[in-house]
Design a protein around this ligand. Structure first.
Ligand code: SF4
Ligand code: SF4
Length: 129
């Protein structure tokens, strides 16, 4: 099966909703600040939340603060690594239950694709990172 048909994001926004977001490291914070033409301190105050030694994006109205009304990510070109990687997460490799749990929440996976084909795609995605 062609890799484009194994997974294709449906832009449903499910992975941008919830009670917490992914972590954003210092390099990613600076890239987002540059993209938004903001000072780092202003970005951190307006958009980010620090819990202990972990910084993540704020949640507003049940979704990431960067999730737009059009259903798209407002910082798509510079979104954090964990957002770029999702849902082709390495936990899928060697654990079909992890795959099934992720697939349950993400309509982008093709039901016709085998677990092995999905693992191959995850491997290829890791190489590109
Ligand atoms: S849940 Fe899956 S299909 Fe929906 S936006 Fe996220 S990655 Fe795309
Ligand atoms: S940064 Fe973008 S892709 Fe990541 S959770 Fe927020 S809105 Fe979604």
């Amino acid at each position: 099966m062609e890799k484009e048909t194994i997974f294709e994001c449906k832009c449903c926004g499910h992975c941008c909703h919830g009670t917490a977001t992914v972590s954003v490291n210092a390099e990613e914070q600076q890239k987002i600040a540059d993209f938004l033409k903001m000072d780092l301190s202003a970005l951190r105050q307006e958009f980010l939340l620090t819990k202990g030694n972990r910084t993540e994006m704020k949640i507003v109205d049940g979704h990431c603060i960067f999730y737009g009304n059009d259903g798209l990510c407002k910082i798509h070109p510079v979104k954090p690594f964990h957002c770029k990687q999702w849902p082709l997460h390495p936990s899928i490799l060697g654990d079909i239950n992890a795959y099934n749990a992720i697939k349950k929440d993400c309509p982008g996976f093709n039901d016709e694709a085998s677990y092995e084909e999905v693992c191959q795609l995850v491997m290829e995605n890791r190489i590109q990172d």
